[in-house]
Design a protein around this ligand. Structure first.
Ligand SMILES: Nc1ncnc2c1ncn2[C@@H]1O[C@H](COP(=O)(O)OP(=O)(O)OP(=O)(O)O)[C@@H](O)[C@H]1O
Ligand SMILES: [Mg+2]
Length: 429
C-alpha cells in the first residue's frame, strides 16, 4: 500500500486560501496540488484522480456547486470525496453544498483541526469504499469466469450426453437386431436346405420327363396326342427352364438374407469365439483391397500413405470387414465421370494406432452424418446398400475398444478415421 496518507486537489480562486490548505495538509504528510478554476479542477481530476478534493464553493465562472455536479456525473471522478468550503453561513447554502453531491462541507474561516479531521475521516471512508469496489470487481470477474467455465462444462455435458444416447441407441438396436437375426436364422436354415433338396428333386423330375419323352414314339397315337396337347398347354419346356432359374434366384435371395443375418450378429457383438492376435494392419488393408478391387478400380486411384505402425492386437477378420465397408463406401461415394482418389493413411501414438480412409466423393450432409452408424440407414438405392456397413463397423471397432471419427465436406469428400488401442486391455480378452 502507498505510504503517503493521500493526494489532495485544492480548488480555490484565492491563492492565499490555497497556500493555507497546502501548508496545513503538507505538515500531516499529504501530497497536494492547487488549481484556481473549476475547469482546471475537472481536467486535473479526470486525468490524475486525487484521493480527495477540497473545493471552494464561491468561484467566478464555474461555481463549486457546478464542479461537484460535473465530478459526480463523470464515471472516472464519481467516487472521489469532495469537501466543499463555503463562506456562506446560512442553512440553505449548507444544504445546497450537501445536495450538490459533496460529502462534507467546511465553513470559512476554516479551522485547522476540523479540516484535518474531516479529511482524515473521508480518506478512511474512501479507502474502505475502494477496497470494497475492488473486491466486488474481482468477485464479478470470478463470477463471470465461473459462468464461462460452467457454460463450457454444460456444452461438454450435452455433447457427452448425445454421444451416450447415440451409443445406447446403437447398443439397444444391436440387441434387437441380434434377437431378430437369431429368429431368422432357423427358418432361413431350413428354407435353404429345402431349396437345395428341391433342386435335387427337380433335376430328377426333369430326368424322368426326358425318359418319358424318349418313350413317346412307342406310345399309341392317342397317348402321344394327349401328351403333346398337355405339353403345349402347360408350356413344359419353359417350365423346365424357369423352375431352375427360380431355384437359383431363391438360393441367391437366401444367401443375401444369410449375409444380413450375419452382419446383424456382427453388429450386436462381433463373434466372441474369434481369437485376438497381433496383426499387421497394412497386411489387413492390402488383403481387403484385393477383395474390393472390382468396386474401386473403375472409379478411383488408391493412394497409400502408410506410416510406421507396430502390430495391433485385434481380430483381423473383423477389422477386414471394417476396412472393406469403408473402402466400398468410399468407392460408392465417387460418382460421375471424374476419376476419384481414395487415400489410405496409417499412423500411431504411444497408445493407439489409426487408419484413415479418405475419399474425394460426394461427402455427407450434417443431417445424414448423425445417422450413418444406424443399422439400415442408407441413402443408396435398394439393392446397392442395406445400410449395415457402418453399423457393423461401429460394433467391431467398439468391441476392440476403439472409435471411428468422421469428417466430411459435401462436394469434397469424406475421411473416416478408425482409432484402435495397440494393445487390448487385459479384462477385455
Ligand atoms: N465415404 C462416404 N461418403 C459419402 N457417404 C457415405 C460414406 N460412407 C457412408 N456414407 C453414407 O452413410 C450411409 C450408411 O453407410 P453404410 O455403409 O452403413 O450403408 P450403405 O453403404 O448404404 O449400405 P451397405 O454398406 O450395407 O451396403 C450410406 O448410405 C451413405 O449415405
Ligand atoms: Mg456401405
Amino acid at each position: 500500500m502507498d505510504s503517503s496518507p493521500g493526494r489532495i486537489l485544492i480548488v480555490d480562486d484565492e491563492r492565499i486560501a490555497c497556500r493555507f490548505f497546502e501548508e496545513v495538509l503538507a505538515k500531516e504528510g499529504y501530497a497536494t496540488q492547487s488549481v484556481q478554476t473549476g475547469e482546471e479542477a475537472l481536467r486535473q481530476a479526470g486525468e490524475f484522480p486525487p484521493d480527495l478534493i477540497l473545493l471552494d464553493a464561491m468561484m467566478p465562472v464555474m461555481s463549486g456547486f457546478d464542479v461537484v455536479a460535473a465530478l459526480k456525473a463523470d464515471e472516472r471522478t464519481r467516487r472521489i470525496p469532495v469537501v466543499m468550503v463555503t463562506a456562506l453561513e446560512d442553512q440553505a447554502s449548507r444544504l445546497r453544498a450537501l445536495g450538490s453531491g459533496a460529502e462534507e462541507f467546511l465553513n470559512k474561516p476554516v479551522h485547522r483541526l476540523e479540516l484535518l479531521m474531516r479529511v482524515k475521516n473521508l480518506l478512511k471512508l474512501k479507502r474502505y469504499q475502494d477496497a470494497l469496489a475492488e473486491e466486488s470487481g474481482q468477485y464479478r470477474e470470478t463470477a463471470a469466469r465461473r459462468s464461462d467455465q460452467l457454460q463450457a462444462v454444460n456444452l461438454r455435458l450435452d455433447e457427452l450426453q448425445s454421444q451416450l444416447l447415440q451409443s445406447e441407441k446403437l447398443a439397444s438396436i444391436g440387441q434387437l437386431a441380434a434377437g431378430v437375426a437369431h429368429e431368422i436364422n432357423n427358418p432361413i436354415g431350413f428354407v435353404s436346405s429345402n431349396v437345395n433338396t428341391l433342386r435335387g428333386y427337380v433335376d430328377k423330375f426333369v430326368e424322368a420327363l426326358h425318359v418319358y419323352a424318349e418313350a413317346e414314339p412307342a406310345m399309341s397315337d392317342e397317348w402321344r396326342d394327349r401328351l403333346h396337347t398337355l405339353r403345349e398347354r402347360i408350356d413344359l419346356d419353359y417350365l423346365i427352364q424357369d423352375v431352375r432359374q427360380l431355384i437359383n434366384e431363391s438360393q441367391d435371395g437366401i444367401a443375401r438374407v444369410r449375409k444380413i443375418v450375419q452382419d446383424l450378429k456382427d453388429f450386436s457383438r462381433a463373434d466372441q469365439q474369434q481369437q485376438r492376435e497381433f496383426a499387421d494392419l497394412h497386411h489387413c488393408l492390402e488383403s481387403t483391397l484385393t477383395i474390393a478391387t472390382n468396386e474401386i478400380k473403375y472409379k478411383a486411384d488408391v493412394v497409400r500413405e502408410y506410416g510406421d505402425i507396430p502390430s495391433v492386437e485385434c481380430v483381423p477378420s473383423l477389422l477386414n470387414q471394417v476396412f472393406l465397408n469403408m473402402l466400398v463406401n468410399a468407392a460408392q461415394a465417387i460418382k460421375g465421370d471424374v476419376r476419384g482418389r481414395i487415400t489410405i493413411r496409417t499412423g500411431c501414438d504411444a497408445h493407439d494406432a489409426w487408419v484413415e480412409i479418405a475419399d474425394t466423393g460426394s461427402g455427407i450432409g450434417a443431417e445424414d452424418l448423425k445417422r450413418i452408424f444406424e443399422p439400415f440407414y442408407t441413402t443408396k438405392p435398394p439393392g446397392i446398400g442395406t445400410g449395415l456397413g457402418l453399423s457393423v463397423s461401429y460394433g467391431i471397432v467398439k468391441q476392440h475398444g476403439g472409435h471411428i471419427d468422421v469428417s466430411s465436406v459435401v462436394g469434397e469428400g469424406t475421411t473416416m478415421r478408425i482409432v484402435l488401442p495397440r494393445v487390448q486391455p487385459a479384462a477385455a480378452n
